[in-house]
Write a protein that binds this ligand. Structure first.
Ligand SMILES: Nc1ncnc2c1ncn2[C@@H]1O[C@H](COP(=O)(O)OP(=O)(O)OP(=O)(O)O)[C@@H](O)[C@H]1O
Length: 861
């Protein structure tokens, strides 16, 4: 029994691929190892051009074109060898690995380590460790343990894969690590840089990318990122600075050319628009996560729903981010070999138990050599598949195919206990499985100290070196006599940043601690010793630039500029760290709301059209009501219909309200803004359109029906219609927020609306203080007999208004229509009605906001 090649050898030796790449010819021994190249009419030397992606560790990542000579042309035009990694070399074992698969995707995307490192230059590197985590829920059938005794750790440069069958607890663990778990009884500790985690600080310093993004389909990729940037970049960041930050992050995620492409997808109501591909969306989601240069990136199922090539592409970017110094934790269902090989660390869960947690290369030995399960690559495929099958007890595993496997919860528990024992033992001894790094010491058997020493003392060394490098650079700046350039200026710094691969200290323009000048940093998982190296301070970039500056003026200027940036960054760091304020949140949300409303054809345009259409129809039905008293019935009818329609009209876009909720929930999950900022922005954005629509609607009916031709009543009518409409919309909004789904929202809202219709007698301006002619009489037979039919009606009978009206006919007779108002019980003056309706609207807003806050407090998954 042996390990697969990918697990046996140091896969990722630091080596620049293209520079060392041998020519690929038929005589080349590697030639035979590329079955995909032996295509009919083609082959390595046959002149065929073929797009492909290698799917194994250490080989090419990303589509490219093979030229007739067998050389490979990469996306950026450079040439290389298909068997050698794009940005980083691979060990012999890795190169000997498997065939390449033809893929459909033609757009070449591959991370540029230089750009990725640049966008990560402001990041503070942290390590994270979790100790004895547990999570238990109270369910109808009693307590349910979904996590128990889970340990692990990750440091800058780690891409940690969280693996396990469905329901194993991956998302729960990720939520706990992201400090976003709100329900369940949690136990255990999470340490950041060896100290107990400050949840608030950690949330600000990390980014959580959920499995499903909730980007508005009508926004472009650039707009989505700008929105996030406005909400996560520090207060001091300028609009221009944010714009350039977004541009470079998009570029780093291979989305430079998609900046103006709509995200696309299903609009509320069912309409669908074309937009980004699945892989591009995922990369956009990652871009939103890294825009603020988080130290730790947590991703829930970043590859789910993607085809093999797109999934690999997304993982390449995550690998590049880890190489740039981020801690990247990602839950992945069934990683293929190439993805498995990218992990430095893996945590394997099953039934909430920790089956393994440590270096990826130690996983197979643990399960095979230590637990005695037999791994046969021929039968079981890649290591990750075997491990996933091994710990999954939810399906039947024929022994002749699988050999001995875990088949029950008891097997899982037994293996988990064994691993836990081993883990604790090695942890106490100062070394972890598969890794030689010292960790905290236990005080007593099985118990850990409360305070844990920093895991990585290289961090402290790095900080010290950082100061020295900063001082050296500042001296160079002074020597060159340059003023401080703006933060974020990187172009000149790149030129001066010493060190191959362009990763010099001067590059970042920031703390030397955050500089990664590991020449040609690995595009795939570095071996543990390399990962340690990432932490080591590489101030030489800055220092080198400074010394080089002694030699030539251009170098001095660039070095000085970079050095000044470092110094300025240090000075501003505290200020920069302040999160964006409430007003900026409102502005960003308002802007997004406006874009989404004006670009969604079902929203503003559709709404206006429907309002106009209904107003026209009602206007035609009641067209030209004359100014005689008998018309009171028609006037009353048209106003009642108008009120009913405007109370019911908001139902036309109920889906917009319910859809909006998902964006709000997703944003809350990412802790992007305060609910009050969202609410205020929403109201501010929606209000003008609501008022305008309603004015158009009510004035169209008013004019066509020929209602009272006086400015005062017209204005009062308009105000009442607008208020009624805003109330109706608010009822819907409150129902959509407070209820769990659209059907329930409908039921609640319609019951509420019925009550509103009952109280809709506020369009009184038509009659208030009006004197109408009764020369043509009031007495239609129907109305004149009303008193007879309603003898007991106190509003009618004792005073007998109608009879009195009918009793004074004649050519010059007039009637006071206030009597009509009294008849309908509309006694309130306009201002009082307006105040009552405004108060009602205010209460509805309070109810809606309370529902929003309650929703914010609930579990979001
Ligand atoms: N609020 C809750 N109450 C009770 N049980 C819960 C709750 N949330 C999650 N669970 C249970 O916790 C277990 C772990 O869920 P989790 O979502 O973490 O699994 P997972 O490994 O991410 O699964 P998948 O890969 O399918 O997403 C599951 O059995 C799930 O049913």
């Amino acid at each position: 029994m042996g390990l697969p090649a990918a697990d046996q050898a140091p896969l990722f030796a630091a080596m620049d691929g293209p520079a060392h790449a041998p020519e690929l010819t038929a005589n080349n021994p590697l030639h035979d190892r590329i079955p995909a190249l032996h295509t009919p009419g083609g082959g390595a030397g046959g002149g065929a051009r073929r797009t492909f992606t290698a799917d194994q560790a250490g080989t090419l990542y990303g589509p490219a074109v093979i030229s007739g000579s067998g050389r490979i042309r990469f996306a950026d035009g450079t040439a290389g060898d298909p068997l050698w990694p794009r940005h980083r070399g691979g060990g012999a074992a890795a190169r000997a690995h498997q065939p390449m698969e033809p893929v459909e995707e033609q757009a070449p995307v591959a991370p540029d380590p230089w750009v990725v490192r640049r966008v990560s230059s402001q990041m503070r590197r942290i390590s994270i460790e979790w100790i004895d985590l547990g999570c238990e829920y109270d369910t109808a059938t009693g307590p349910k343990t979904v996590l128990e005794g889970v340990y692990g750790r990750a440091e800058p440069g780690d891409l940690l894969g969280l693996l396990g069958p469905s329901g194993a607890g991956k998302s729960t663990l990720l939520d706990v690590l992201a400090a976003r778990k709100r329900v369940g009884r949690l136990s255990g500790r999470v340490l950041v840089d060896g100290k107990p985690r400050d949840d608030g600080a950690f949330v600000r310093r990390s980014a959580y990318v959920p499995q499903d993004d909730h980007f508005m389909p009508v926004l472009t990729a650039g707009e989505v990122l700008s929105f996030f940037a406005a909400l996560v970049l520090p207060t001091s960041s300028s609009r221009k600075g944010r714009r350039s930050r977004c541009a470079e992050v998009l570029e780093a995620m291979g989305l430079g050319r998609q900046a103006n492409t709509l995200v696309g997808g299903a609009l509320p109501g069912g309409l669908s628009i074309r937009g980004l591909s699945g892989g591009e969306r995922k990369r956009l989601a990652i871009a939103t996560g890294i825009v603020a240069a988080p130290s730790c990136l947590l991703l829930d199922e970043p590859t789910s729903g993607l085809d093999a090539a797109a999934a690999l592409g997304v993982m390449q970017y995550m690998r590049a981010l880890a190489d740039a110094g981020h801690v990247v934790l990602a839950s992945v269902h069934q990683p293929r070999a190439a993805i498995w090989a990218m992990f430095t660390q893996v945590v394997v869960l099953s039934c909430g138990r920790m089956m393994y947690s440590g270096d990826r290369t130690g996983a197979v030995p643990w399960f095979s050599a230590r637990l005695g399960y037999t791994y046969d690559p021929q039968r079981h495929g890649v290591a990750s598949d075997w491990i996933m099958d091994l710990v999954n007890t939810t399906f039947k595993k024929p022994r002749r195919v699988y050999g001995r496997m875990m088949t029950s919860k008891a097997d899982v528990d037994r293996a988990a206990e064994q691993y836990l024992k081993q883990y604790r033992k090695e942890r106490r001894a100062g070394s972890l499985p598969g890794d030689g790094t010292a960790s905290e010491q236990a005080t007593t058997d099985g118990e850990e100290k409360e305070e844990v020493m920093p895991l990585y003392d290289s961090l402290d060394r790095a900080r010290a070196a950082s100061s020295a490098a900063t001082a050296a650079a500042a001296a160079a700046a002074a020597a060159a006599g340059e003023g401080a350039p703006p933060i974020g200026h990187l172009g000149g710094a790149r030129a001066s940043g010493g060190g191959g691969g362009g990763g010099g200290g001067a590059l970042s323009g920031h703390s030397a601690l955050e500089i990664n000048d590991t020449a040609g940093a690995p595009a795939t998982a570095p071996a543990p010793q390399h990962r340690r190296g990432i932490l080591k301070i590489q101030g030489s970039g800055t220092a080198a630039a400074a010394s080089k500056g002694d030699d030539d003026k251009g170098g001095a200027v660039a070095a000085a500029r970079a050095a000044a940036e470092v110094a300025a960054w240090g000075a501003r760091r505290h200020k920069q760290a302040a999160p964006p304020g409430w007003l900026r949140q409102v502005r960003a949300l308002f802007w997004r709301e406006l874009l989404s409303m004006t670009r969604n054809p079902a929203d503003v345009a559709g709404r206006m059209l429907i309002f106009c259409w209904i107003a026209l129809v009602v206007g035609i039905i009641f067209y030209g009501i004359g100014d005689y008293f008998e018309s009171v019935r028609s006037r009353t009818d048209v106003m009642f219909i108008e009120v009913c329609v405007l109370l019911l009209l908001p139902y036309v876009y109920m889906s917009l309200y319910t859809a909006d909720k998902q964006y709000y929930m997703a944003d809350l999950g990412a802790k992007l803004y305060h609910p009050s900022a969202y609410y205020v922005a929403k109201v501010l954005a929606v209000l003008p359109f609501g008022v305008l629509s309603m004015l158009v609607f009510s004035f169209t009916i008013y004019g066509m029906a020929g209602l009272r031709k006086e400015v005062g009543p017209l204005a009062e009518h308009g105000v009442m219609c607008v208020l009624a409409y805003l109330i109706a919309s608010q009822v819907l909004y409150a129902a959509a927020i407070a209820t769990p789904n659209q059907d329930t929202a409908f039921m609640v809202a319609i019951a509420w609306t019925a009550v509103n219709i009952l109280m809709s007698n506020y369009l009184a301006a038509e009659y208030r203080g009006r004197v109408s002619s009764c020369s043509s009489g009031f007495g239609t037979p129907v109305l004149s007999v009303l008193p007879e039919y309603l003898p007991g009606n106190p509003a009618l009978h004792p005073e007998n208004y109608l009879k009195r009206l009918l009793g004074t006919p004649g050519p010059d007779c007039t009637v006071d229509t206030n009597l009509i108002l009294r008849y309908f019980g509309m006694r309130e003056p306009f201002w009082r009605l307006a105040v009552i309706l405004l108060g009602y609207l205010g209460v509805l807003h309070l109810i809606t906001y309370a529902a929003l806050r309650l929703t914010a407090g609930r579990e979001r998954r």
